[in-house]
Design a protein around this ligand. Sequence first.
Ligand SMILES: Cc1cc2nc3c(=O)[nH]c(=O)nc-3n(C[C@H](O)[C@H](O)[C@H](O)COP(=O)(O)OP(=O)(O)OC[C@H]3O[C@@H](n4cnc5c(N)ncnc54)[C@H](O)[C@@H]3O)c2cc1C
Length: 327
Amino acid sequence: MKTFENVDVKSVKEAVGLLQKFAGEKKNAAVVGGGSEYLQLMKVRVATPDYIVNLKTIPGLNYIKEDAGGFRIGALTTLAELEEHKGVQEKLLFLSQAAGEAASPQIRNAGTVAGNLCQRPFCWYFRSASHVCLRKGGEICYSVAGDNRYHAIIGGGPSYIVHPSDLAPALVALDAKIKIAGPAGEKTIPLEKFFVTPQVNARRENILGPADIVTEIQVPAPKTGSKGFYYKARERQAWDHAIVSVATVVQSGSGAVRDARVVLGGVAPIPWRVPKAEEFLRGKAIDDAAAQKAAEIALDGARPMKDNVYKIDLAKNLVRQALVASV
Ligand SMILES: Cc1cc2nc3c(=O)[nH]c(=O)nc-3n(C[C@H](O)[C@H](O)[C@H](O)COP(=O)(O)OP(=O)(O)OC[C@H]3O[C@@H](n4cnc5c(N)ncnc54)[C@H](O)[C@@H]3O)c2cc1C
């Protein structure tokens, strides 16, 4: 492993300042929270930092606070803490479940919410030191001609990674916001706008600049009459990423859908929201036929590759199940 220097920072301001300085010096620097994902990248020499800026030493970034507006979740909150938080379990059970579906207990104890949203793809070509793929500055996405059983069926090209986070689809379905600190100060944006497609940038999964840090996630209080679900299909019962997942939030009243959000995971390079399916559901009573039709609409734009056609039916089934459960 290449030599690097670890810097324990004491404040967000210090972290941003250091990242700015390293970027100016053309040094390769990365922030880490729990380090559970970044260290994997270092081990396989995909990440070769000169500096690691350790955020875990910043006091006060690990919290879950609830008020009338909803929940504010500090960037350093672990997945296990989110999963086990009583208020989250009571009001947003499916968000707790999504956190509990991620990785293994050991990783959930170390891994942070911000780290989960900022994790890099788990594509085997991206994580192979011997493949300089498009996402690492190379010319091609090896999945196109290679083994693409876990790759994108929607929104791909020129890179076909899938976003690996279990939390991201659930949080996007909840209309969460993300707070980012950077050289120009702080900004809060819809989480949905945090992720970028490969058509915008084939080398990055999100909008973070080299000196930007995620500091908080904000989740609005659930609306009256709303129900949320997160369903994940994976190959193994032990830790495994989603091959397909779906998060839905449906708000109903007087027997009909008032509002709906449907977000797919494991099928696209970003958490994939499907406004056309949401629009279809508004004003309807959800029965099997309506849920099936919404599922068809949700997968309408799918363009599978040779090994991942199976994801379409899997995704349709999960959408249908989640919507039927919402009644
Ligand atoms: C074996 C294995 C299985 C896994 N399975 C799943 C799974 O099924 N589902 C799932 O959702 N996830 C899965 N994960 C990912 C796991 O959830 C993440 O490893 C964990 O949440 C990352 O948190 P961390 O704090 O350790 O991040 P780190 O490893 O510290 O960082 C991860 C990335 O996020 C960036 N980062 C971290 N914090 C910040 C911040 N505050 N601001 C800006 N950037 C930041 C880092 O620079 C790095 O690029 C798996 C990981 C492993 C290793």
